[in-house]
Design a protein around this ligand. Structure first.
Ligand SMILES: *[C@@H]1O[C@H](CO)[C@@H](O)[C@H](O)[C@H]1NC(C)=O
Ligand SMILES: *[C@@H]1O[C@H](CO)[C@@H](O)[C@H](O)[C@H]1NC(C)=O
Ligand SMILES: *[C@@H]1O[C@H](CO)[C@@H](O)[C@H](O)[C@H]1NC(C)=O
Ligand SMILES: *[C@@H]1O[C@H](CO)[C@@H](O)[C@H](O)[C@H]1NC(C)=O
Length: 122
């Protein structure tokens, strides 16, 4: 029960914070963290029966720069203990020196949701 509630809250927060598109026909975006395979899915409804969805993997937009989560790629190859708190992702990442640092990054700094199509932030 606790896990399900956490998941629902994640979806709620994501919906509230990542729905930034202003030009699209999307009137209702639902954003889902697929924590099992580290992907993000957005389902966009245009209000009159049109539904599109797009999925992006965390690894295509998040990197590990000397132990710090950053924009980039393939963080999960060198980071572990990945957790979520609201719209923030936290992980323990290997530094160049071989030690482990913990850091966090906000999803809004990593992903863009434009017209229901997810991409890496510019
Ligand atoms: C990731 O997991 C979600 C939810 O289980 C699933 O719908 C989606 O198809 C999966 N994506 C990939 C690329 O495996
Ligand atoms: C929404 O999508 C449906 C199905 O593609 C389309 O028929 C309809 O014209 C679209 N509505 C708007 C407001 O874009
Ligand atoms: C990330 O991993 C993919 C798949 O293994 C690989 O094709 C790509 O070159 C990697 N990118 C970087 C920047 O390491
Ligand atoms: C995960 O956390 C444990 C306990 O803090 C730590 O010992 C371990 O090194 C971490 N794993 C990774 C891959 O960072």
């Amino acid at each position: 029960m606790t896990a399900l509630l956490s998941f629902v809250l994640l979806v709620f927060w994501a919906t509230a914070a990542l729905t930034t598109s202003v030009t699209s026909g999307c009137v209702d975006d639902t954003i889902i963290f697929n924590i099992g395979n580290l992907t993000l899915t957005v389902i966009c409804s245009n209000g009159t029966g049109g539904i599109t969805s797009s999925t992006i993997s965390f690894d295509s937009c998040i990197g590990n720069d000397d132990g710090q989560l950053t924009m980039g790629m393939n963080f999960s190859e060198t980071c572990g203990n990945i957790t979520f708190n609201g719209l923030e992702i936290t992980a323990d990442c290997t530094t160049l020196a071989g030690t482990i640092d913990q850091s966090s990054i906000d999803f809004n700094a990593i992903f863009e949701d434009e017209d229901g199509v997810l991409s890496c932030a510019q």
